[in-house]
Ligand binder design. Structure first.
Ligand code: PMP
Ligand code: GLN
Length: 385
């Protein structure tokens, strides 16, 4: 095809293809065990598949209502009420989205104007900053303290200006596996109280939390909840990342703005899948055991690495384990990740791309949402390096 000869002023300079796409492609090219991009390699529930099939056969194949199928919004409302004791109105305060990614993009677009500032904590999941920038906003990066990835709360008031529109938090956190404590949410609540700052709380790993730690949803802190959009994803919860079905909870005033943008981004989301999930989350056992399920996988992977030269960093949530390779190599994370996939056929994710300045801690992220055999096989290879 003829190339475009006009001038393009890119809205996202210095933006490459996402590291997830890059590493998954390298894994395929080298026939490697893919512990890079975060997705399970085991099947999803047969019952859930049957439910989707059932609803398709029943004729639920046309556009869903713009905010989402009412039964699913009611089921999410009940799940949050049962779990956190907080009531979101299914009609006015809940919206179904095409995955958490769309929820995040829409939420950021609904509130960020030219020149507005958003504070994000790095290493940060990769889709926050570009969404802010595309909308003309400015990102201010607060570094999490290495190696425990805690928030340095003293630094945050100094970062807030009259232009601060958003603060984006993520717990359990991707890529680090760290979790926020109640006192973190209380700090944020205090700091934002009486301001116009809006908080986006990315909680896609809310059920994937270990060692009996309680997930501190932003919705549990009443003053904070008033200014917060809580974002979730069924991809994570039901091992179905390819279904791209997520949701947003927010007080009506924020939801009204969210929906103004949502209706022109996707309008509505996959209908039979929404009906199926509505039925499926009606049964608590379908999500309540997830923490224990993934903790067993984390422990299996970590214990199989005991004798290795990789050092494990603590992981309290998500399905990612960070490994420090500083005893093995001086290469930077990208070089080491490439070497690992080419030489040893194991794909992992460098965390440098999750930093604005490509900080290098000699740490890679490994996804343990895999069959036990895959984890044992991968750990055996890593233990020999
Ligand atoms: N936020 C975080 C922290 C994630 O890890 C992911 C993807 N795993 C998403 C958002 C996007 O979720 P989805 O696949 O539902 O778009
Ligand atoms: N969230 C997944 C991860 O962290 C990847 C999602 C994606 O490929 N964009 O690996």
């Amino acid at each position: 095809m003829e190339i475009f000869k006009g001038t393009i002023q890119t809205k996202l300079p210095n933006t490459d293809t996402s590291i997830f796409a890059v590493m998954s492609a390298l894994a395929a090219e080298h026939g490697a065990i893919n512990l890079s991009q975060g997705f399970p390699d085991f099947p999803i529930s047969e019952e859930l598949i049957d439910l989707v099939y059932y609803y398709m056969r029943q004729g639920f194949n046309q556009y869903a209502p713009m905010p989402g199928v009412p039964a699913l919004r009611r089921a999410i409302s009940k799940m949050f009420q049962d779990k956190y004791g907080v009531l979101y109105n299914p009609d006015t305060e809940i919206n179904i989205t095409a995955g958490a990614t769309q929820a995040l993009f829409t939420a950021i677009s609904a509130f960020i104007r030219e020149g507005d500032e958003a504070i994000i904590f790095e290493p940060a999941y990769d889709c926050y900053a570009p969404a802010v920038k595309v909308n003309g906003g400015l990102v201010k990066y607060a570094r999490l303290h290495f190696p425990d990835f805690s928030i340095n709360w003293e630094e945050i008031p100094r970062m807030i200006t009259h232009r601060t529109k958003l603060i984006i938090i993520n717990s359990p956190q991707n890529p680090t596996g760290s979790v926020l404590k109640a006192k973190d949410l209380q700090m944020l609540e205090k700091l934002t109280s009486g301001t116009d700052i809006i908080v986006i709380s990315d909680e896609v790993y809310e059920h994937l939390i270990f060692e009996g730690i309680e997930h501190q949803s932003a919705c549990r802190f009443p003053e904070l909840a008033k200014r917060t959009l809580v974002i979730g994803s069924f991809g994570k919860t039901f091992h179905a990342t390819g279904w791209k079905t997520g949701f947003v909870l927010a007080p009506e005033k924020l939801m009204t703005e969210f929906r103004k943008v949502h209706q022109f981004t996707v309008f509505a989301v996959n209908t039979p899948v929404q009906h199926a999930i509505a039925d499926f989350i009606g049964n608590k056992k379908n999500f309540e055991g997830l923490g224990a399920f993934y903790q067993q996988k984390r422990d299996l992977f970590v214990s199989a690495l005991k004798s290795s030269r990789f050092k494990t960093l603590p992981a309290y949530g998500t399905y990612f384990q960070l490994l420090d390779y500083s005893a093995i190599s001086n290469q930077n994370e990208m070089e080491f990740a490439r070497w690992l996939v080419e030489k040893h056929k194991i794909a992992a994710i460098p965390i440098a791309p999750f930093y604005n300045n490509n900080d290098n801690h000699k740490v890679l992220r490994f996804c343990f949402a895999k069959n036990d055999e895959t984890l044992v096989q991968a750990a055996a290879i890593l233990a020999k390096i």
